[in-house]
Write a protein that binds this ligand. Structure first.
Ligand code: IPE
Ligand code: IPE
Ligand code: MG
Length: 252
């Protein structure tokens, strides 16, 4: 590093080095409503624009070499929104599956769902299951869709299943609990991005995100483009993940 010129150092720092790309990125796609309001549009238009944006971000993730993308699309708390908005969010997921499934499949995207299917209308449940089944042999990018997802709810379900399975107390440890979560076979997210400037996790991946790097940007989700993602990945690349250890213990 000492041999590099100032310019080269900057390029080096800013480059998206392959070994610094987070394997698993999770995004709290927030700010659709405010994006719409700022334009005098109905909130639903913000949600619609948000799904358009997702398409671009998916492509960018593949390009940057991200292996797993988890998106927060509908939380267990979002049921408390006005009924018409809830209905629209359900409809939007259905439309996205209908419209995008073939294309996602052709691009090697494996769709997974995390959250509770129960509570979702049977027709949409079926579509979600079918989309996961249809793409299960794809390996270019795992797209984990958190829909009717809540981190606390996920832990409650895990505990119930552990009890149901009569797991002896001495077998209960952190890795066992991880295996009972919706994300059982996936690595924890390396980076959690939240758009729209909020500084909270809103019940998203509360177990898995224990050591994730957090990145918040004021940009609303519909405006969060490839360059914005690049900035988030560069910021991640400059973080030092210590996992409780000291700087000196961390191998560069
Ligand atoms: C995120 O945008 C989408 C969902 C939560 C479904 P919001 O709808 O929360 O937008 P704001 O936060 O009201 O701007
Ligand atoms: C989090 O956003 C949920 C999703 C992005 C799906 P919210 O807009 O629901 O979060 P709060 O209520 O502001 O914390
Ligand atoms: Mg919001």
């Amino acid at each position: 590093m000492a041999l590099l010129t100032q310019d080269a150092q900057e390029i080096h720092q800013d480059a998206l080095l392959p070994d610094r790309i987070p394997r698993h990125v999770a995004i709290i796609m927030d700010g659709n409503g405010r994006w719409a309001k700022a334009r005098g549009l109905p909130r639903t238009e913000g949600h619609r624009q948000g799904t358009e944006n997702l398409r671009k971000i998916l492509r960018a993730c593949v390009e940057f070499g991200v292996e797993i993308l988890t998106i927060y699309a509908f939380s267990t708390e979002n049921w408390a929104r006005p009924a018409a908005e809830v209905q629209m969010l359900m409809k939007i997921l259905e439309m996205v599956i209908d419209r995008e499934l073939k294309d996602l499949d052709a691009n090697g995207v494996q769709i997974r769902h995390i959250g509770e299917l129960r509570g979702i209308a049977p027709g949409l449940q079926k579509k979600i299951r079918q989309a996961c089944e249809y793409t299960r042999n794809n390996h270019k990018l795992i797209l984990n869709v958190a829909f009717n997802y809540g981190g606390r709810d996920e832990i409650v379900h895990a505990v119930r299943r552990i009890v149901e399975d009569h797991i002896p107390i001495e077998k209960i440890d952190e890795s066992l609990i991880s295996r009972y979560l919706y994300t059982s076979d996936l690595p924890d997210p390396d980076l959690i991005i939240r758009t729209s400037g909020e500084l909270r996790v809103s019940n998203f991946l509360i177990w898995q995100g224990a050591y994730s790097e957090l990145y918040s940007t004021p940009t609303y989700w519909p405006d969060f483009d490839k360059e914005a993602l690049r900035s988030a990945l560069i910021a991640y690349g400059q973080r030092k993940r210590r996992f409780g250890q000291t700087d000196e213990q961390i191998v560069p």
